[in-house]
Design a protein around this ligand. Structure first.
Ligand code: FCB
Length: 495
């Protein structure tokens, strides 16, 4: 099955309804922020991108292939038949986009390094020209007073390593660590904020449990757990490697797709049920049209990383994990991290059932949905930071959050996207509430800086603050970018 089925185009009427349904962004009024609280000093107001989605030219100047490059050559890989060979042509056009970042007033920019661009075989031989590209970008960001947040690995796994078994190879954790060491050796004189891996639960669940993304494998439990364990080890070893090679103090985390649940009310019982549902390890669907997956569960990954142990419920589901873990492994995985980076888009609601356990509460039929079909649930930026901070005790960075919309350039030459403006206001208001209630926050990185290649959805989902005309590569700042600029200037006070 491909993600083609995930298309749930609402059309402009649906999107207009979305905007209309957010009067004063009161989607979830019971939880609306009381106002008055603010974002902490030093907060990063940023935007995010990833190499495979925006750079284009994957093989230029000696780059190697990723598993996505191979997958995208297969028929019907994407909803619109596109590939990412040009994407936003960011590989050549980043200076123009940097100016737009400055116009928005960003003080943080999250991007990823393409692993095969830098190491064409995934390990060993370095492609100097590939590294030079990131060198130039980082220098220019710093000159513009924009702090780089560098993701070492965002889905574009080197094909050469996949051919050697990928994450099932016993050396696989070392491969990522060596690559991270190389990046830190070269870039840590300037890059202070590092994210080891983007969404391990998504690329492993989608790529190797359900097999609907590359490398399109459906592994049996024993291998599924082994690969996940190697990814966890890779994260831990990479944290060690980044720190070992660092030329100045660095802050390190990962960007995790946290699958949080929202309480149906603010009763202690419903909140407790939502907390339980947010961390339990369970085979579940994140959208009705997706297969159920266990590997997407938050607790399976973040408990080892932040607490140094696999969760009990997960070990019951995957007893093979207990035999696999060597005593020293958890020490490696449980490296001290400086903050907790999470990608948050939407969340289901639960209430306390008769036995106090979480019981699903269906989304209201009229819940606003993005062009992608994802529910708009601003409270996720309140509850997820709260639950994550309670459990892991680290400052929270929202490393991704955003809305897919069917944006068009209007006859006045502008791009009017009131839906994204409403989304920004509503989600950031929830985040501010968390801050006001004592959750330490590091920053917010909107996904995405610019419209880009949305994996199996091709170019059909526009997530950008900046509109990209894919035929001409012309950029237009959307209305939402102007709104974000105002929010940033006021440090969130106008929300
Ligand atoms: C996340 C990915 C990111 C982007 C957004 C919409 O799962 O990390 O690359 O595709 O979703």
């Amino acid at each position: 099955m491909s993600l083609l089925d995930r298309r749930q185009f609402l059309g402009s009427a649906g999107i207009a309804a979305l905007a209309a349904a957010l009067p004063k962004y009161g989607l979830s009024l019971p939880f609306a922020a009381p106002g008055g609280s603010s974002f902490p000093a030093g907060f990063f107001w940023g935007a995010s991108t990833a190499a495979a989605q925006s750079e284009g030219s994957p093989l230029a100047d000696g780059g190697g292939e990723s598993i996505w490059d191979v997958f995208l050559r297969t028929p019907k890989a994407t909803a619109d038949g596109s590939n990412n060979l040009l994407a936003d042509d960011e590989y050549h056009r980043w200076p123009e986009d940097l100016k737009l970042m400055q116009q928005i007033g960003l003080n943080g920019y999250r991007f990823s390094v393409s692993w095969p661009r830098v190491l064409p075989e995934g390990k060993g031989r370095v492609n100097a020209k590939g590294l030079d590209y990131y060198d130039r970008l980082i220098d220019a960001l710093l000159a513009a007073n924009i702090t780089p947040f560098l993701t070492t690995y965002h889905f574009d796994y080197p094909e050469a390593l996949q051919k050697q078994g990928g994450w099932l190879n016993p050396d696989s954790s070392q491969w990522l660590a060596e690559y991270a060491h190389l990046l830190s050796t070269r870039l840590s004189d300037r890059v202070t904020h590092w994210l080891t891996i983007n969404e391990p639960n998504i690329f492993w669940g989608f790529g190797s449990e359900s097999g609907i993304m590359p490398p399109e494998q459906k592994l049996a439990d024993a291998e599924l757990v082994l690969g996940a364990h190697n990814i966890l080890l890779a994260h831990g070893k990479s944290v060690q490697a980044i720190r070992a090679a660092a030329k100045r103090p660095v802050e390190v985390s990962l960007a995790f797709a946290s699958l949080c649940s929202l309480p149906a009310s603010e009763s202690p019982a419903d909140i407790a049920a939502a907390r339980t549902a947010s961390f339990r390890v369970k085979k579940s669907k994140i959208a009705p049209d997706l297969p159920p997956m266990t590997m997407i569960s938050t607790g399976w990954w973040l408990d080892p990383i932040y607490l140094g142990k696999y969760p009990e419920d997960g070990l019951k589901l995957f007893p093979e994990a207990a035999n696999l873990v060597k005593p020293e492994d958890m020490k490696t995985i449980n490296q001290p991290l400086d903050f907790c980076g999470v990608n948050l888009y939407f969340a289901p609601t639960v209430k306390a059932g008769a036995d106090g356990q979480p019981e699903a509460v269906p989304d209201p039929p009229n819940i606003p949905r993005s062009h992608y079909g994802w529910a708009v649930t601003p409270d996720v930026l309140y509850w997820a930071p709260k639950f994550l901070f309670e459990r892991y005790q680290k400052p929270i960075a929202i490393t991704e959050n955003g809305l897919a919309n069917d944006d068009k350039s209007a006859s006045d030459g502008k791009v009017h996207d009131p839906e994204r403006t409403a989304f920004l206001d509503a989600y950031l208001t929830s985040l501010r509430r968390a801050s006001g209630e004592g959750v330490p926050l590091k920053g917010y990185f909107h996904w995405s800086l610019l419209d880009n290649f949305e994996w199996t959805q091709g170019f059909s989902q526009r997530f950008g603050l900046i509109y990209v005309d894919y035929k001409t590569q012309k950029r237009i700042l959307k209305d939402s970018a102007a709104r974000y600029a105002q929010i940033i200037r006021s440090q969130g006070a106008i929300l």
